[in-house]
Design a protein around this ligand. Structure first.
Ligand SMILES: Nc1ncnc2c1ncn2[C@@H]1O[C@H](COP(=O)(O)OP(=O)(O)OP(=O)(O)O)[C@@H](O)[C@H]1O
Ligand SMILES: [Mg+2]
Length: 511
């Protein structure tokens, strides 16, 4: 089926010429004269691209551009030659691409084709974003995929480094072979070497069998070295050797092993700074940095946020089987203005938790956690490990986010139960004096100061700086208060086993 392209008629002469050229190129075209026309055309069969023939500063053009961005439809603007700086205008209006008039219909056709290809690429790779930064990244991915040169991907945590690495592999001739990811920060120095290069039987205590390393497993494919800045110096030397002649020795081995592996490395710290600090070899830096991609943080490409929010909301609505209406404009504005220290990962996780928890099937400002709403900068999560504190890796952050979502779901459930609780409560006292005495059930008034509180308990709030243990402890405390110390019920409320609760009580010294 031919791709659909809409052409606005603000500059009728150009619109007609372009329409004819695109039609001749086999595209399914339609000329549209108003925003309503576009809306109708979009709702019928979503266009792959829209050509704005003129009137770029009109309000209708701006609204059309906003709608196109939200639906991930590419836009090509024809800019008047009288504009001072066409590039500035193109960027300011958020056009995907632009050409300065007078335009050659053949050039417009070629550009439209390229935009359609790019859109297809986004659908294939899952890399969303109409900002020029993301468009540049996509162009680089296309250029880098067919070759075997090493790629270095830099960007803050959660900006999509692994997504980009996978896209390069998936578009490369190696796509049929393995893509193997190794997180250099998550494995101890001694294990990392055998993990990467394998070991021979008896190479060290516990090496009962020969084991192939990740480089051998990735033969013919791609190895993704994540958090490469954390690689210990001894392993850096070995990696340098592999990059130089694609050979290495298994730990305890004497035979050189030759592999055909493409290396993609990623880091959320500046590798150049690490070289300056003397923690990363400069020769290795140059070997890795043959081709490079920088992923800017989300706060520097805020125009991509609405598209990401809409896509994630629809995706999680489906996953959690929820009839989800979407998000109110006020809530969207808050998300667009937020700082997002955890970038797309943080946004994605937050949307999932809001889709699960938003009471009316729609995200409203009150559903957004205060730390996002108030634009409080959250500090990077610090994990204390032997040898001093370090920043949490992406995977650890992912785990913390997941656990927080689960806890939030449990707490929400808890809050609902507390709110649904009747005003009068019946309790049966046990023990408390004469052994074996039969105790009558006693009913007592909620106003009785000695009675357990029937007031809704304050929600357990996560504050920056709290550890997972703090959050868990607060949740357990709340559950025990709610069940008046009944551990079986508390465990049930928390959705964990009684034994797990006992273990945690001991661990946190709660009695
Ligand atoms: N442009 C994007 N479009 C859609 N999803 C994205 C985009 N960028 C990142 N994501 C999603 O955000 C999450 C984090 O991405 P990814 O794991 O690639 O980040 P990262 O840079 O490797 O993070 P870290 O440094 O913490 O390991 C993933 O779920 C990924 O699919
Ligand atoms: Mg990663």
């Amino acid at each position: 089926m031919a791709d659909r392209v809409l052409i606005t008629t603000d500059d009728l002469e150009n619109a007609v010429r372009i329409n004819a050229a695109l039609e001749q190129a086999g595209l399914d075209t339609a000329m549209v004269s108003s925003l309503d026309d576009v809306r109708q055309a979009v709702s019928g069969k979503e266009p792959a691209a829209i050509v704005l023939s003129g009137g770029l500063h009109e309000t209708t053009a701006k609204r059309l551009l906003a709608a196109a961005r939200d639906h991930a439809v590419s836009t090509l603007g024809l800019v008047e030659p009288t504009e001072d700086d066409p590039n500035e205008i193109g960027r300011e209006l958020g056009l995907t691409d632009w050409l300065v008039k007078p335009v050659d219909p053949a050039e417009v056709t070629a550009t439209v084709r390229r935009l359609i290809e790019r859109r297809r690429l986004q659908q294939r790779t899952g890399i969303l974003g109409e900002s020029s930064a993301i468009q540049e990244v996509l162009v680089k991915i296309e250029q880098m995929a067919p070759v075997t040169s090493t790629v270095l991907i830099e960007g803050e945590s959660g900006t999509g480094k692994e997504l980009v690495a996978r896209a390069i592999h998936d578009l490369s001739p190696r796509r049929g072979k393995a893509f193997i990811a190794v997180n250099c920060a998550a494995i101890t120095e001694t294990l990392l070497e055998s993990e990467l290069f394998g070991h021979e039987k008896g190479a060290f205590t516990g090496a009962a069998e020969r084991r192939l390393g990740r480089f051998e497993l990735a033969n013919g494919g791609t190895i993704f070295l994540d958090e490469v800045a954390e690689m210990p110096p001894a392993t850096q030397v070995k990696l340098l050797r592999v990059l130089e002649d694609r050979t290495f020795f298994r730990v305890g081995g004497t035979q050189p092993i030759q592999v055909d592996v493409r290396v993609i490395a990623a880091t959320n710290k500046s590798l150049k700074d690490a070289v300056g600090l003397g923690t990363f070899r400069d020769d290795l830096f140059y070997r890795l940095n043959v081709l490079s991609i920088y992923l800017p943080p989300l706060r520097e490409r805020r125009s991509d946020i609405p598209l990401l929010v809409r896509t994630f909301t629809a995706e999680f609505g489906k996953t959690h089987d929820k009839q989800f209406k979407g998000i109110t404009p006020e809530a969207m504005q808050i998300l667009v203005d937020a700082d997002w220290p955890g970038n797309v990962r943080q946004l994605r996780n937050l949307i999932e938790s809001m889709v699960v928890l938003a009471p009316q099937g729609e995200i409203k400002p009150s559903d957004i956690p205060p730390e996002i709403r108030d634009r409080v900068r959250t500090m990077p999560v610090r994990i204390t490990a032997p040898g001093g504190g370090r920043e949490a890796t992406g995977q650890e952050l992912e785990f913390i986010f997941r656990t927080l979502i689960e806890l939030k779901m449990q707490l929400e459930d808890l809050r609902r139960r507390i709110n649904d609780r009747p005003e009068r409560v019946e309790v049966i006292e046990v023990g408390g004096g004469s052994e074996g005495r039969q105790i009558e059930p006693r009913s007592f008034d909620a106003q009785d100061p000695l009675a357990p509180s029937t007031q809704p308990l304050p929600p357990v709030i996560y504050k920056p700086g709290m550890t997972m243990s703090d959050v868990e402890k607060a949740a357990i405390d709340a559950a025990l208060r709610e069940t008046h110390g009944n551990r079986r019920k508390a465990a049930e409320t928390l959705g964990i086993g009684e034994r797990t609760l006992y273990r945690k009580l001991k661990e946190y010294a709660i009695d």
